[in-house]
Design a protein. Structure first.
Length: 397
């Protein structure tokens, strides 16, 4: 551990007289690497005058001046962790400011503190996020680190509150689109870096938070259909694939909900029924697709639940979840007993279709189509003679 020299009162007075001039103050704080100066500087009010953002060109240009004082605290948080209480006190003494660069430093320094000390700083930064519609600079890189610090140090509620404020979405008045406080790239980076730690700290609340965010976006998107039909099979065709197909906020949140559900299941497979139930309770079909994907991944851990989904006629009849449902069928069907297999293959009923005005007929062609549809997911399983005679008997001629 480095031994730091405590400045004398005489040295402090001389330094304070020098740094009264801004050009000397910048050089002083950029060179200062002794944490023993934190408390004297705080006592003399040197953390109480952060620079404001500079707005020019009638609001079209915004500058965020760097503050050497807050940069000093970031360096001390990284190099002198034993001074964490003094650093926290200094951070909390910085008044509210509209300069995102200063908030970036506050968050970066807090992320290096123990969670018990970072909590108070995080709560104040969450209140700041509540007051702004857009965040500029590199705050996203620091805020994810602070969320992770809180989550790993048993401060789950504070981590979730900070995440909730950072990830909040709203409808833009000009475009009518749903936007976040950060641009889409930064929004996605926050989720990628913080998600695992949040799930480990409080998996249920993390999943519920993400479900609420995605539901809000889908409720407000003009291009989305009426519940439950979100047409996600078009704009997010492969639930199992990583990435955001169209670089949209709804795509980012679909990935986040899926990853949170999978991570929770990985940590505790006994909670799979609860995870699936949470997803089923959501109003849009994309959540149902994620539930089906989850069941496929963990079919051996929840055989009865997977069986129920395979034999549910509602799942078979819904074309917008067909890809995930068929994948689950291929995973589960061979493990079912003969009665369940027969129930699956014989599950399709004659479908009344309309021909002309005032007539309703049962189409033989439609009956054959539904039979083929039942057998379709099983073609990849090969010859069914050994494992499922009922399939061969059911095959349309």
């Amino acid at each position: 551990m480095t031994s730091w020299v405590k400045p004398t009162d005489e040295l402090i007075e001389r330094a304070l007289g020098t740094i009264a001039r801004p050009e000397y103050a910048r050089d002083f704080f950029e060179r200062l690497d002794n944490p023993e100066w934190i408390e004297p500087l705080r006592t003399h009010g040197y953390f109480e005058k952060p620079p404001s953002r500079v707005v020019e060109d009638e609001g079209r240009t915004i500058s965020l001046p760097r503050w050497p004082v807050s940069r000093y605290l970031v360096r001390m948080a990284e190099s002198a962790p034993e001074y964490a209480p003094a650093i926290q006190a200094a951070l909390l003494s910085i008044p509210d400011t509209n300069n995102d660069a200063v908030h970036e430093d506050i968050i970066a320094a807090a992320a290096k503190l123990p969670g018990t000390l970072a909590k108070a700083v995080a709560e104040r930064e969450a209140n700041w996020l509540k007051t702004v519609d857009r965040v500029f600079g590199s705050v996203n890189r620091k805020i994810s680190a602070l969320i992770v610090t809180l989550a790993r140090d048993q401060q789950a509620s504070s981590a979730l509150e900070l995440a909730r404020r950072a990830l909040r979405v709203q409808v833009d008045e000009k475009s009518g689109d749903v936007v976040g406080k950060f641009d889409r790239y930064d929004y996605e980076r926050i989720l990628e870096k913080a998600l695992t730690a949040l799930v480990a700290a409080d998996a249920k609340e993390t999943l519920l938070l993400l479900c609420r965010l995605l539901t809000f976006v889908l409720n407000k998107k003009k291009s989305i259909g009426d519940p439950p039909h979100d047409y996600s099979y078009i704009w997010y065709s492969r639930i199992e694939a990583d990435g955001n197909p169209r670089d949209t906020i709804e795509g980012t949140l679909v990935s986040a909900v899926r990853d949170a559900a999978l991570e929770w299941a990985r940590l505790d497979a006994t909670r799979l029924p609860e995870i699936v139930q949470i997803l089923k309770e959501q109003r849009w079909l994309v959540f149902h697709r994620i539930a089906l994907h989850l069941l496929k991944r963990y079919a051996n851990d929840v055989r009865d639940l997977a069986r129920q989904f395979v034999l549910d006629h509602g799942n078979f009849d819904e074309p917008m979840i067909r890809r995930e449902y068929d994948a689950l069928v291929r995973e589960v069907l061979c493990t079912l007993d003969d009665a369940d297999r027969a129930a699956y293959f014989n599950g399709s009923q004659p479908v009344p279709i309309s021909k002309g005005i005032g007539s309703s007929l049962v189409s033989g062609e439609m009956r054959q189509l539904m039979k083929r549809r039942r057998c379709g997911p099983t073609h990849e399983l090969g010859d069914a003679t050994d494992w499922c005679p009922s399939r061969n008997a059911f095959l349309p001629r």
